[in-house]
Ligand binder design. Sequence first.
Ligand code: ZN
Length: 538
Amino acid sequence: MQTPETVIFADTIHSLDGEKQYTAIGITAGVVTHLGSRSEAAEWSGPDTKVIDHGTATITPGLVDAHIHPIFGQSVARGVFLGDAKDLDDARRIFARHAESQPADAPVLGYGLNVAVFGEAEPHGGLLDEAAPGRASYVTCFDAHSALASQPMLAAAGITGAETFDDASSIVVDSEGRPTGFIREFSAMALVEEALPPLTIEGKVDGLERLLRGMAASGLTGGEMLDLADPDSLEILRRLEERTELPIKLRVAPWIMASDAPEQLRHLIELQGQHGRRWQVRGVKLMIDGTVDNGTAWLYEPDSEGESTESLYLEPQRYVDNLRTLAEAGITTTTHAIGDQGIGFVIKAISELPGNGVLHRIEHLEEMNDEDFTALKSSGATVSMQPTHCTHFVRADGSDAWSRRLGGHRASFAFRLRDVQDAGMVLALGSDWPIAPYDPRLILADAQTRRRTEVPGSDSAQPRHKLSAREALEGYTVNVHASTGAVGGRIVLGAPADLTVFAEDPLSLAPEQLCTVDVLGTYLDGQPVNAGDPLLTA
Ligand SMILES: [Zn+2]
C-alpha cells in the first residue's frame, strides 16, 4: 500500500459521507488517500510521512460560502460602517464624526446603512448634507442595491435628475424633478461612483489578500464570487496569485445585468474556464429583481409604498433568453430572485429549460408563496440562501423595513429554509458579503437558532425554519458543491484535502458557543493555510 505524504490526526473527523467518522486522514499530492483510525494510520505511515496531530480538535470538510463579493465588495464597503446605527440621529452622528476625520477636499464615504433608520420616509441624501454640510458624500445602503449622495456629490457627478437607464435603476427625484440624493440600483449608482476617487489595482489586491486571510481564519476554504462587477477582477486575482497562494479557493460566476447588451453575454461565455491555481470562472449569475427594502423587488402585489412592482428587466423575456442561451452552452447559472413574482418567474423559466444535466440555482428566495414553492420542488432548480439576512434585518415584531413593506401575510413566507430542506432540495448557505458578515460560525449558528445568536435576548423570526447543526454544515459543504453540479464537501478517498479544523465539535456545540469556537486552521489541497500572516493584523 502506498505511503501518504502527510497524516493528520484529530479525535473527531466528520466525513459527511453518511455517518462515517475517522481519527486519521492520509494525504498524498493534495488528495485524501487514506482514512481510518490513529492505530490504522501507524500501519500506513512510512519514515518520511509528516504527522500533524490536532489532538482533541474536530475536522470537517472545508467550509465554502456560496455567495460572496470579495472584490466588488471593496468598492461597496468604503469609508465608515453605518450598519450599527440605531436610528437617523445615530447615523448622522457616526457620519459627522467620520467626516471630521477626512481631509477637507476628499469625499466622505460610508457603507452598510440600513434604510430602516428612515422609518416610513423614503431614504434621501439630506442625511449626508446635514451630517457633513458642503461635503461631497456617498453612502451605500446595506443591501448594496441603493445609495445616498449629498447635493455636492450629485453636482460633482453631473447628476441632474433627468437621467434614464436601460434597466429599473433610477435617480430618485422630488415633485419638482430635483434629485433627492437617493440612488436606486447598480446602473444609477455606477454613474455617481464615477465621480469618486478610484481605488488603485494594487490597493484592491492588498484589500483582497487581507479579506481572504480573514475568511480563512474564520474557517472558510472556499467561496463563490458571484460577480465581475469590478472590471479589474480577474487581473486582481492574477496579481494576488503572483504574490502568494489565495487563502481560499474561489469559483467566479460573473453576473449579467438586465441592461447588458448581448455582446456581454457572449463575453461571459468566453470567460468560462479561465483559471489560476486556486480560482476558476465557472457559471454566470443573473438578476431578476432588486430588494424589498429598496422597493425594487418584483412582487405580485405592490408593497405598502406602492413599490416593488416590476423586474429589473424592462422586458423580462430577455432574462429567459439569457438563461436559455447559457443553459444551451452548458453553463451553470444562479439567479438573484427576492420578490414573490420574481421567484415565480424564475422557477417557471428554469423548469422550461431543456433538461441537459446542467444545474440552475436560485439565490435568496426571500418571500415565496405556497404555489410557487410547489413549482420550485419539481423545477430541478437548486437553492442558495443567507440565514443572516433574516436574522440581522428582519424583526420578529415586524418593525423592520422588509416586514413593513411586505405586510404581515407576505412577511410570514420569509426565508423558508426549513421548507426547502424538508422538500429534499439542495440548499447551499452563505453570507453575500459585504451585505452581511462572512464569519461562517455566526451563520451556522443563526441557521440553527433563527435569531442573531451572538446577541443575547435577540428575537426569532419564524423559528420553525431552524435547521439542525448537521443540515447547516451540509449547507456550507456538500450542498454548495452539489448546487452547481460539482462534487465535493465530503472527506472521502480521492477528494481534495480541503479541511477546516475546529477546537471543538461544531455539530455538538450549543449555537451560542459555536459563534466563538476557535478555528485552529484550514487546509487547502493538504497544505495548511497560514492565517497568521501579519497582514491580518495590519
Ligand atoms: Zn450578492
